[in-house]
Ligand binder design. Sequence first.
Ligand code: PEP
Ligand code: MG
Length: 760
Amino acid sequence: MTAAASARQILTRLHEVMASRLHAQAKLDQVVEIVGESLTSEVCSIYLLREGMLELYATRGLNKSAVHVTRMAIGEGLTGTIADNVATLNLAEAKAHPDFQYRPETGEDKFHSFAGVPIVYRERAVGVLCVQHVDPRRYEEVEIEALQTTAMVLSELITNAELVDEEEALGLASAQSGPQTLSGLTLVKGLGVGIAAYHQPRVQITQVVADDIEAERQRVYRAFDKMREQIDGLTNQAEFGAGGEHEEVLETYKMFAYDEGWSRRINEAIDSGLTAEAAIERVQQHTRMRMREIDDPLLADRMHDLEDLANRLVRIVSGQLGTAAQQGLRQDTILIARNLGPAELLEYDRRRLKGVILEEGSLTAHVVIVARAMGVPVLGRANHGKGGLRPVIREGDEILLDAGAASATVRPSPQMADAFAQRFAKSREKRAAYAELRDVEPFTRCGTRIQVMMNAGLRDDVSMLAMTGADGIGLFRTEFQFLVSATLPQRERQLRLYRDVLDAAGDKPVIFRTVDIGGDKSVPYLASGIAEHDENPAMGWRALRLALTREGLMKAQARALLEAAAGRALYVMFPMVSEVWEFDEAKAVFEEQHAYLRSKKKMVPEHIRYGAMLEVPALAEMLDLLIPRLSFLSVGTNDLTQFLYAADRGNPALAERYDWLSSPILRFLRRVVQSTIGSNIDLAVCGEMGGRRLEALALLGIGFRRLSITPAAVGPIKELVRKVDLAELSAAMNTWLAEPQVDLRKEITQWAAERDIEAD
Ligand code: PEP
Ligand code: MG
């Protein structure tokens, strides 16, 4: 018998049981018999959630006296572990698993192998279905799939027969009704107030077993067609213009939407007797299971894109098209989702969408890139324990979102709401005032022109040049294109992006930093070659180190940049330069491509300027030898400070511990400034430090005259520059830096306050 035929046989038998007039307990008793027989398993048991515990409801093979007696807590034993993780276990030797717990009343000591799947309702485990065997053997994939299918049928039975308390299952019983503050991870900064709306609870499947397989197949075909139409429509959406990174994101969508493997797997599941909805869900469950095994965040983001599409497909097929976007937002809304695909986010009316809270999400997720371009604040990883946000946030709750502070307040008290409204009004006022500085050149009080440039990485960011009046792009992070692409961006695609960026920037300079990938910014299509899994990615095989080994990569980028800048100025900057020869080699790659283009009589840039980033402390000792080779030097304080303090920049436990306003950092930076005196190079800071007001003040005080910062900070920094007298500031800095013990933050804050300079 084929796998599909045997699965269909189980389903037919289950279907008969479900359609019978038996009461729920009798149905469960029959289900364990059917599954046990079909998988020739000595034991088959069903545990269901009751009063917070998993209770043995039915069994074949274990002692019947244990039914309604054996109870496991969530997280306890193998059953509890399956429910806790909402994940399948398949073990040849149950006792060998660290979570195994022996329950003598069940009489299970003679069984070795064990497999169990969660019974899922609205993404939460409400029970566990498991099988056990005397022989120590792992169950086969088809057997696990049969269990998963049965678990879906059980989920239908359980909810229809109300065997599990829905409130309890969703954790609503424990929901608190007073104000509650959630913390998370800042993904896109900003403030927002609105009413909570869940993007879309997964469609509740009401029928798992198909009556007519051919009809189900047709339904799924039609749904695929409709989904593809929708995705193609989104790709053509004008909002973000053609050719942006968003297009690449949607390209990934398109790739999945047209993926033959995916539709084939769904069709196979239909062949086994499932309805279209159940088949899509089954395949999705499988995908989720695989996702858990992958700890590559970039690949996981891609898998989320697939989830996004699977949800869309289920909604289309079931006719339950009610995402919050499709129902239309009627008021200011904070959108809540476990995760969200970029296409789904794009469907929202951005006038009403005031913020997004995700249970998952990461900085490099596609949806975050899109949200940033839409100007919607996003709080990520706002995961309230294993149960997610459902127990904490109810549909319709008021939410104050402060994504910059990585927090959100649910059901605020009137005082909290007032205080927030005041902050909000103030921040709006401030933003309006900063916007007015757009065309004002940032001169200090003493008449020194400070260069305020901005950092960018996406095509859309470039529009901020005109909006902020920044002097140029001091750091264009070219790796962003690599991070949002499903495959290595070919030279043509790179060329198009660089050319568009230069066109949009007009006369203003753009400093392109060559790719800083590898380490924590690894891309799945580019194995690092030497160290597959860097233990310390920030200090690992990344940036220039990787690019110099992967010369093809660097050559392609060099050519793309040279061609894009034909007839105009090209500024190239190399990241993570640690030794002088690395700079020389990187430059040589560009020069070689330059010579090649000239030999082919191709148009080349009017001039090329090379620069380096100072991020590795060792390079500071070599500046006298490096500087004569450079046109500009930019200090990447994000990386530099983590190396100076030996403190991982991504480690939240250390985030508050080492201050940029500390003597070691500022003395180090002052020495860098001194090393450049007498040379013609442009010296800048392009790390986050320069975009913060007090830190920017300190940098001006030790001699920096150029900052490249996040676009939102351009206005605030220009405003600050205009209030500063450099001689006075640098005298104060020199005094503080000469003291052995000084609270620099306190001193600078006070100094600023005395001069009517706000700290932020
Ligand atoms: C830095 O390290 O300061 C920097 C600007 O580069 P990135 O943040 O991209 O590593
Ligand atoms: Mg860096």
